[in-house]
Design a protein around this ligand. Structure first.
Ligand code: C2E
Ligand code: CA
Ligand code: CA
Length: 918
């Protein structure tokens, strides 16, 4: 038996997905919006400037106020006249525009200022001068101050702002195309220097992947002294600014760490002109794209497991970085990827945590289930009706349940730790798997009782154990024995029955064969027991049978089997017994019954007949010996011999019986069966008043078969019904014929006991009478007194119905049974027929006369008419008439005759018949 408990089904993984994904996504979004991720995004963006690198256009030339120029001119600030000379040189070389990243807000030597103003005027608007915005310390706190060139310079030049707005980390990246300055909107430096048709974005980031060091550069002194190739500046734009570190005009930027302000402006100009003004998408836009994308990755985590999930996170991160790099390189967009990376990583962590959580929950659930199961199993074991014993590999008891304690009458302490050998004996020893087998157990009290044991091996984590289920089967066994006894014994006498006798016979025959010893089977049947049963009732019959059994059982040896075969038949199996001994035993048994039994105050005489069959003379198996002993018993009954040993000639009788039974039905159809009629004479008038129909069978080969022989066969074979019908039909047909001829005769028909069990009989009789148009009182039915004993209630019912038709009922063979007249009063009879055995010898036997006389008197007292059967002589008839007998029947008047002979008798019989009798 295996127990199985389903664990609660796991909650669908999809269900909680949105809830557990929300947290990491929200976290990533907030971190991004809150700027926590900005440094990282900056760092990544800055890193992207390293690859791929681009060359400047070469259309912008830097004129550097470098260390060399400073050392040659050996003075600072320089007289402004130098700038005028520089402008002159540059425009001579064909330069398109010049932008100064130099402060012109303060006055200097007036001649120098005048010279520069003149130079600017000469340039005619091709010069750009800077406007700064810078913080200045004042009494009320720092103030943003806009500083532009002196108005005298500004008048001849275009103005542009050169503000730098560093990011929080101090690095300058962003560039604004315009700035408000003193109510005016000024272009930024790079914008002012760019071609007029270029429309710059209002804000952008400088592309630091442009190689600042490759921007063409001339030293200020070089230009001043004219020692440079004019082609270098022809048609190009020029920025003039400090590069010398001493001048301190350095701006912190990505990639280069620091660049001179002029170079920063130059890179801004290159970014614009090359279309590399880098844009960034808005933060909300970034989030709106990033987070849903992260959700798409999520299902992958569930399938991936933690290690591959980690790779997935790394892949997402690297992919994002690569994408951003590509996008920046190709389309000058700078994307923030940290929110995405954080979201992916967060989802990963959430997935891992969730999985761990789910596993922990499942584990806890399983553990809970296991505990519950264990509790349940313990409960089952402890409440089991079977004793359960656990043995280890060496057969030592490890555990027992309460039922086992009860079974052996010992508590667990006395059982555990010991061998079970002295408490339980198994025929074949103890095996790993066994049974169920029967065994014997010993209770503490010493009582040995039967048990049924089942053994099953179990494995206790590598240690082999055996579990024994022990069930007390005392009751079951007792029940089985009782059933067995019931099946093999007679309930009334508790003697062995036919089954047991046959079994013992077979067993004894086997040893008789070996020992070559004889053996006898004896069957004993009580005579006329049925009548005792019928008249005194079954309870009396049963008591008598018990008394008989008791008396007889004492007369056999212990090795003999004395059995009741049912009814009033007993059988004895006599091992090692020859014919002479068997006859001795049978005589002893029969004689033992001679002294009467007293049952319920009644003194009952019982006679018995016995038949014997012997092994090996009469048969060698139960199937032949028992029927032959039976046959011998019947022979004994017929011959009134008490004891008969089987004789093959008896078998010939039974062969004849079989033959007759087989032929009977055909005989009716073949016309072998006919009726004769014996007249019934009234004592008063001496005239024939009726006839009794008697059946005759003249067999083709066996000649005349007496009715006493074949009526019994018909009753036993079930042919009595058609036979009675045959007789009734023929008799009534004859009666109808006589009726038509004006002969007023009553016809009596003999009815067998079995016929009264046929519920259809009354209807049948009624129908037959109706068909012949015969009045019912013309028909009489004769039944023997024992007829209604077999099934009194039902038979009586049928009889009543027939009598109710108007049919006369006569009690036949009166005096041969046990019935008293008082009993007969219950029957709807019209007359009784005194059995011929009392009548025939009436003239010689005064006892018979006495019986006949009292019978006639009693019958008349009950209002019954009396018919005397077997009237053979005139003397007897005279006495019967003197005793008041109403009718006579017998050879004195006539033998049973064929119809035409009877008609002759009737025609002659105008005078009273007794006179013409022989
Ligand atoms: P039963 O009913 O007692 O019939 C009378 C028997 O006595 C007849 O024998 C008859 O021949 C014989 N008998 C008549 N007068 C004398 C006489 O003066 N002296 C002597 N010694 N005998 C006489 P049967 O015909 O051999 O019939 C024998 C029995 O067979 C009948 O006895 C009856 O019980 C039975 N039986 C005959 N026919 C039928 C039948 O159709 N149906 C049934 N169920 N039984 C029948
Ligand atoms: Ca009769
Ligand atoms: Ca009779």
């Amino acid at each position: 038996m295996r127990w199985r408990f389903p664990l609660g089904r796991r909650r669908s993984a999809r269900w909680g997905a949105s809830s557990w994904a929300a947290a990491p996504l929200a976290l990533a979004g907030l971190a991004y919006l809150g700027g926590v991720l900005a440094p990282l995004d900056r760092a990544l963006a800055d890193w992207r400037y390293r690859w791929p690198q681009r060359d400047p256009t070469g259309q912008l030339v830097l004129v550097a106020i470098d260390r060399e120029s400073l050392s040659v001119l050996d003075r600072w600030p320089w007289p402004r006249g130098l700038h005028a000379t520089l402008l002159e040189r540059l425009f001579e070389a064909g330069c398109a525009a010049v932008a100064f990243d130099v402060d012109f807000s303060a006055r200097s030597v007036p001649e120098e200022d005048a010279a520069f103003e003149a130079g600017l005027a000469e340039a005619g608007g091709r010069v750009i001068l800077p406007v700064f915005q810078q913080w200045e310390e004042e009494a009320g706190g720092p103030r943003l101050v806009t500083t532009g060139p002196l108005p005298r310079f500004a008048r001849h030049a275009r103005l542009a702002t050169i503000n730098v707005r560093p990011f929080r980390d101090g690095l300058a990246r962003e560039y604004r195309a315009h700035e408000a300055s003193g109510g005016e909107r000024l272009p930024a430096f790079a914008v002012a220097l760019a071609p007029a048709d270029l429309l710059p974005p209002e804000r952008f980031e400088v592309d630091f992947s442009i190689r600042a060091e490759r921007i063409p550069r001339l030293s200020y002194v070089e230009v001043l002294t004219g020692s440079f190739d004019p082609a270098l500046v022809a048609g190009r734009r020029v920025v003039v600014g400090a590069t010398a570190l001493e001048l301190g005009d350095q701006i912190a930027v990505p990639r280069y760490r620091a660049l001179p302000g002029s170079l920063f402006q130059a890179l801004a100009w290159e970014s614009l002109v090359q279309g590399r003004a880098i844009q960034r998408p808005g933060t909300w836009f970034t989030l709106a794209v990033t987070l849903p994308l992260a959700l798409l990755v999520m299902p992958l985590y569930r399938r991936a497991g933690w290690a591959r999930g980690l790779l997935l996170v790394a892949g997402c991160g690297l992919g994002a970085v690569a994408l951003a790099t590509g996008v920046q390189a190709l389309w000058a967009w700078s994307l923030d990827v940290t929110a995405w990376i954080l979201a992916c990583a967060g989802l990963y962590v959430a997935a891992v945590v969730r999985e761990l959580e789910a596993q922990a929950r499942a584990l806890a659930r399983e553990r809970r289930e296991a505990r519950r199961l264990e509790r349940l199993m313990r409960h089952v074991v402890e409440n089991s009706f079977d004793g359960i014993v656990v043995l280890d590999g060496r057969g030592v008891v490890r555990a027992v349940n309460p039922a086992a304690e009860g079974l052996f009458g010992l508590d667990a302490a006395a059982l555990v730790g010991r061998s079970l050998g002295s408490r339980l004996s198994l025929a074949g020893g103890l095996h790993d798997s066994l049974g169920p087998v029967e065994a014997e157990a010993v209770h503490a009290s010493g009582k040995v009782f039967p048990v049924e044991v089942t053994v099953r091996p179990v494995d206790d984590e590598g240690r082999p154990l055996r579990v024994l289920f022990v069930r007390d089967i005392t009751e079951r066994k007792a029940q089985r024995l009782a059933l067995e006894h019931q099946a093999t014994h007679d309930a009334l006498t508790d003697l062995p029955n036919r089954v047991l006798l046959a079994r013992r016979l077979r067993e004894n025959l086997a040893s008789a064969w070996e020992d070559r010893s004889p053996l006898a089977v004896l069957i004993l049947d009580l005579d006329r027991f049925k009548e005792i049963n019928d008249t005194l009732g079954h309870p009396v019959g049963d008591l008598l049978l018990r008394a008989v059994a008791e008396r007889l059982a004492r007369l056999v040896r212990p090795e003999d089997t004395f059995a009741r075969f049912g009814g009033d038949e007993f059988a004895v199996l006599l091992p090692a017994t020859d014919a002479a001994r068997a006859r001795q035993v049978a005589c002893r048994l029969v004689r033992a019954l001679e002294s009467p039994f007293t049952v319920e105050g009644l003194t009952l005489h019982v006679d018995a007949s016995a038949g014997i069959a012997l092994f090996p003379d009469h048969g060698s198996d139960a199937e032949s010996l028992i029927p032959r002993a039976d046959l011998a018993m019947y022979a004994a009954k017929q011959r009134r011999a008490r004891v008969e040993i089987y004789d093959p000639a008896q078998d010939r009788t039974s062969v004849r019986q079989l033959r007759l039974t087989g032929a009977l039905r055909g005989a009716m159809e073949a016309g072998e069966i006919g009726l004769v009629y014996q007249p019934k004479v009234a004592a008063a008038s001496g005239r024939i008043v009726g006839v009794e129909a008697l059946v005759r069978w003249s067999h083709r080969e066996l000649g005349n078969v007496p009715p006493d022989e074949f009526i019994g066969l018909a009753e036993r074979s079930g042919l009595i019904r058609p036979l009675t019908l045959f007789v009734l039909e023929n008799a009534l047909e004859q009666a109808a014929r006589w009726h038509r001829r004006g002969m007023e005769l009553e016809i009596s028909v003999n009815i067998s006991a079995r016929n009264l069990l046929d519920e259809d009989l009354p209807a049948l009789v009624e129908a037959l009478l109706a068909r012949r148009r015969l009045p019912a009182h013309r028909l009489g039915l004769e039944i023997t007194e024992s007829v209604i004993m077999e099934d009194p209630q039902e038979a009586l019912e049928v009889l009543m119905q027939v009598a109710a038709l108007g049919v006369g009922i006569a009690i036949d063979d009166f005096g041969t049974g046990y019935s008293s007249l008082a009993y007969l009063r219950r029957l709807p009879a019209r007359e009784i027929k005194i059995d011929r055995s009392f009548v025939i010898e009436m003239d010689r036997n005064e006892d018979d006369v006495t019986i006949v006389r009292s019978t006639i008197e009693l019958a008349h007292n009950l209002g019954l008419a009396v018919v005397a059967e077997g009237v053979e002589t005139r003397r007897v008839w005279e006495r019967l008439r003197a005793l008041g007998c109403d009718y006579g029947q017998g050879y004195l008047f006539s033998r049973p005759l064929a119809p035409h002979a009877l008609e002759g008798l009737l025609r002659r019989g105008s005078e009273p018949l007794p006179a013409s009798a022989p």
